[in-house]
Write a protein that binds this ligand. Structure first.
Ligand code: MEV
Length: 321
């Protein structure tokens, strides 16, 4: 569905702008849903949102003029209502991130919308508030989000995230890598919504907790130790953890042939480790490089095989905004 955005202004509605980066999960995806830690990093590619008055609102358009799905529009309306804004608002979205590619586009969109709406409402939007508001959108895409994606998209940099559980509050630790962290992000080209892997895994675990819980705990341990390795600058250790995590994620049933083959090829190319990143079932793979030069070599080799990919440096320099 598409139409040209209307410019009719609604009474009292403000305007605002916001942006947020995409993300990769280095270790701990899926396990984080069950209370284990996950290690996540922001990318430099961002999503940008402009909010303006529109009597036909709430509505959300991509810069191409294409309208967003109805459930996303209603999540936008709910976010605006929570900030005391009326429904007469239009959001226009420009993205540098592939949508539905496993790189946090839904969380980045949620955080960018939260920032734009807060500006329109004349309210501050610190990272915790942006991440909280972004959960409106995450629930549309995820079903059962842990909150790690909006947390890293709102904070930027590298974080170790543990969701709130019982009386224990959410824990977010920002990390400074002991050595520059260079990775290759390689896309399978298969867009698969996060709920398509999160919810079936929840059903499998519900049926056989004795089989699945130790695997999820092991992923959490890999993330916890991975955070230590990252801070020490022990890239070899981190790479081994990538490979181990991919094996466990495959055992949990959230990988696919394309991801398995992509990771195997990236290891053959010389990556220190390679794994699926995010929800899996398609989306993207993440390979760890020794340094920037090796990341470029990995990129060239993957591109020569026709893989869409980009090299990235993770860490505090991939700023939030
Ligand atoms: C998706 O990036 C990460 C998952 O663990 C889902 C979540 O934590 O919300 C698969």
């Amino acid at each position: 569905m598409s139409r040209a955005p209307s410019s009719a202004a609604g009474p009292g509605a403000g305007s605002g702008q916001g942006s947020a980066p995409g993300k990769v999960i280095l270790l701990g995806e899926h396990a984080v849903v069950y209370g284990h830690p996950a290690l996540a990093g922001a990318l430099s590619q961002r999503i940008f949102v402009e909010v303006a008055a529109d009597a036909a609102g709430p509505c959300v358009y991509l810069t191409s003029g294409e309208s967003a799905p109805a459930e996303l529009v209603s999540a936008f309306g709910a976010m605006a209502a929570e900030l005391g804004l009326g429904a007469s608002l239009r959001a226009t979205v420009r993205t540098e991130l592939p949508l539905g590619g496993g790189l946090g586009s839904s969380a980045a969109l949620g955080v960018a919308l939260a920032r734009a709406l807060c500006e329109a409402a004349g309210q501050p939007c610190p990272p915790g508030r942006a991440a909280y508001l972004a959960l409106h959108l995450e629930r549309v895409f995820h079903g059962a989000p842990s909150g790690v994606d909006p947390a890293v998209c709102a904070l930027g940099g590298l974080i170790l995230f543990t969701r709130a559980q019982g009386s224990a509050p959410e824990a977010v630790v920002t990390l400074a890598p002991g050595r520059p962290l260079h990775v290759l992000v390689a896309l399978t080209g298969i867009a698969r919504g996060t709920r398509r892997t999160v919810l079936p895994l929840a059903a499998r675990r519900e049926e056989r907790p004795a089989l699945y819980d130790p695997l999820l705990s092991a992923l959490g341990e890999l993330a916890r130790g991975g955070a230590d390795a990252l801070v020490r600058g022990d890239l070899a250790d981190l790479g081994v953890r990538f490979d181990a995590a991919h094996g466990i994620l495959a055992a949990l049933g959230v990988s696919c042939t394309e991801l398995d083959e992509l990771c195997a090829a990236l290891r053959r190319d010389g990556a220190l480790g390679a794994k699926l990143t995010g929800a899996g079932g398609g989306g993207a793979a993440l390979a760890l490089a020794q340094d920037a030069a090796q990341a470029r070599v990995l990129e060239q080799k993957a591109r020569a095989r026709g893989v869409q990919c980009f090299a990235a440096r993770l860490g505090p320099e991939a700023q939030s905004g």
